[in-house]
Design a protein around this ligand. Structure first.
Ligand code: LP5
Ligand code: MN
Length: 251
């Protein structure tokens, strides 16, 4: 089998041109080198409904085309993050992708791993989990999607601002995954490896659980538009195991 490539937390949007461009180059690189590309969430800074693909703004048209070209060559999977959980079948079909379940077990050449966005594991962030329960509910989503596009975009902007504000008063540790939640997940699924994104703290954590060596890998977030520090990267799962690749080393 060939390599599986993974990336999350691109947070693509109109005001992220350099990140969009880097992502488009990455899609070509993935198609050249992998047999499957998995994107487990927060591909977009905000996704307010699949009808945006009816008349996409230029930046989005470019991204959708890049995804289409990629999916013609390798298997493409997109998953829900906390900002783009409204991505649906229409979008997936339009770019030739499949929707990833919120939690999935992937059989890679180097062994199995669990994959999720990661927000569900942040169980200490009670305010977020409360928010999540609401916006993931069917009733709330139908009501939201029934609103005009411009109104939805304004609500999303407001929520993004609220979120940034809320995070200022949260401890760093509260916004990380809860170790007990991680261990429960691994036990429940009888797996020793987990890959997730969301926390923007790319790393490999090794720990013992029931006498078994476990690994939790965190995908990097992308930002090539910030003036201070640019960052981004992806993971590779192949016969050698798992690894994280920094975008800076890419060309
Ligand atoms: O996104 P990020 O990484 O900065 O922060 C997340 C959590 N925040 C969120 C909110 C999103 O950023 C908002 C994006 C919305 C785009 C979707 C548009 C379509 C749906 C619209 C849905 C209404 O996920 C943040 C975490 C952080 O990760 C770390 O894990 O801390 O959580 C919060 O900031 C949530 C606040 O603590 C609580 C917000 C209360 C808002 C109350 C409204 C509830 C009812 C909504 C119904 C209108
Ligand atoms: Mn996220």
């Amino acid at each position: 089998d060939g390599a599986i490539w993974l990336a999350s937390d691109l947070h693509l949007g109109a005001d992220m041109p350099a990140t969009c461009e880097a992502f488009l180059a990455f899609l070509e690189l993935a198609a050249d080198n992998a047999t499957a590309l998995l994107l487990p969430g927060d591909i977009f800074d905000a996704w307010v409904g699949d009808d945006v693909t009816d008349a996409p703004p230029p930046w989005l048209a470019d991204v959708l085309n890049g995804l289409r070209q990629c999916s013609k060559r390798i298997a493409l999977w997109i998953g829900h993050g906390n900002r783009d959980f409204l991505m649906g079948d229409k979008l997936a079909r339009s770019v030739g992708a499949q929707l990833l379940p919120d939690l999935v077990r992937i059989q890679a050449p180097g062994g199995a791993f669990l994959l999720c966005h990661g927000d569900e594991l942040c169980t200490d962030d009670l305010a977020y989990q409360d928010f999540r329960r609401q916006v993931r509910g069917q009733a709330w989503q139908s009501a939201f999607l029934a609103r005009p596009l411009a109104e939805r975009e304004a609500i999303a902007d407001g929520l993004r601002r609220d979120s940034q504000q809320a995070q200022q008063s949260k401890a760093e540790q509260v916004m990380d995954v809860n170790q007990l939640a991680v261990e429960t997940l691994l036990r429940t699924h009888g797996t020793t490896r987990l890959i997730h994104g969301h926390t923007h703290r790319p790393d490999r954590h090794v720990f013992m659980l029931d006498d078994r060596r476990c690994e939790r890998w965190v995908l990097p977030d992308w930002d090539l538009d910030s003036h201070s520090a640019t960052r981004g990267g992806w993971m590779i799962a192949d016969e050698d195991g798992l690894s994280i690749n920094d975008i800076e080393l890419a060309d």
